[in-house]
Write a protein that binds this ligand. Structure first.
Ligand SMILES: C[S@@+](CC[C@H](N)C(=O)[O-])C[C@H]1O[C@@H](n2cnc3c(N)ncnc32)[C@H](O)[C@@H]1O
Length: 309
């Protein structure tokens, strides 16, 4: 087998061996998480994962990624902390109010039917889904579990279902709500108790929270609108394509897709399958009649299509 493996002397000059070793350790860590806990971060953007792992190393005073790997395999509470670090849950109500104004005036305003199917993917603690529910309520669209809000972090979903948010955040949420075209009193949507704002039942009735993993699960069908903001930014190119494929196949013809301000279809093959409704706020509309070309190509689905409730 001589010649099949470079000798130590012939290693490429200038390549930082330390960086290579760390990359190998990182791959092994992600593989270990996947095999032990079934969470798949292997196709997440490397830089972002590396930053979050470094954060956990310093917070837990662990010397190396390999040691972290050993520890999380045997210590579920440490694994839980790392999983939380890796799933960034930052969110707020009417985040990027101008986007919500565009969503209200360019999309939801024209959906006056009773059976609107909306999928909010990567919903975190629920603020985004409740913001959409407020708009539906103000447009006179009645609840019938129209928003399916999903995330792969079960503890954040429990928080979302409770719908209790810090009272201290309400003043900035009111500003966002008004800038997003809110028409009522924001305080109509929650009850105050101690230092918490509890979302009212009339909004909760609009939303159904459920577990769904964009990296491994199949999509839904006949959705009128898919919202997935500030989620794919953490994914690598291949996972982007998988997830855009899921959204494409989950939408009905003419259905809308909303991505985050740093995310978009440019550079993806799915760019051709959507019209741009609002370039700045990344709102797209699915073109008709392309499904058969897309199905089963880059979109390697491993599980059955899920049915929305
Ligand atoms: C930064 S938050 C975005 C929340 C909300 N969409 C917003 O823009 O305010 C990203 C969310 O994506 C979720 N997430 C990350 N990877 C995911 C995956 N593979 N499947 C489902 N959700 C995922 C995280 O748990 C987190 O709650």
């Amino acid at each position: 087998m001589s010649g099949s493996k470079p000798s130590l002397e012939s290693r490429p000059a200038g390549v930082d061996q330390c960086v290579i070793s760390e990359d190998i350790e990182l791959s092994n860590l992600l593989e270990a998480i996947y095999r032990r806990y079934s969470y798949d971060f292997r196709a997440y953007s490397r830089d972002s994962v590396a930053r979050r792992v470094q954060y956990r190393l310093s917070m837990s005073q662990i010397a190396s990624i390999s040691e972290l790997q050993y520890r999380i395999l045997h210590d579920e509470s440490l694994a839980d902390l790392l999983l939380k670090d890796l799933s960034v849950n930052v969110t707020e109500m009417f985040r990027d109010p101008d986007f919500f104004l565009a969503l209200r005036t360019k999309v939801l305003h024209f959906m006056k039917e009773d059976h609107i199917r909306i999928w909010d993917a990567g919903c975190s603690s629920g603020e985004e889904a409740y913001s959409v529910a407020i708009i539906l309520n103000e447009l006179g669209i009645h609840p019938r579990q129209q928003i399916l809000a999903t995330d792969f972090n079960s503890s954040i979903l429990d928080k979302a279902k409770q719908g209790i948010f810090p009272l201290g955040r309400m003043s900035s949420y009111i500003k966002n709500y008004l800038a997003a075209g809110g028409e009522d009193e924001f305080s109509e949507y929650y009850n105050s108790a101690y230092d918490g704002a509890i979302i009212k039942r009339k909004l909760k009735d609009y939303v159904h929270f459920a577990y769904h993993n964009l990296a491994t699960d199949a999509g839904f069908h006949d959705m009128d609108l898919v919202i997935c903001r500030n989620v794919v930014i953490y994914f690598d190119r291949d996972l982007h394509e998988r997830v855009f494929g899921l959204f494409y196949e989950s939408l009905r013809d003419g259905g809308y897709l909303c991505l985050g301000s740093e995310e978009g279809l440019i550079g993806s093959k799915y760019d051709d399958y959507f019209d741009v409704v609002d370039k700045k706020y990344r709102i797209y509309q699915k073109k008709a009649g392309k499904s058969s070309t897309v199905s089963g190509s880059a979109n390697k689905l491993t599980s059955k299509r899920c049915s929305a409730p």
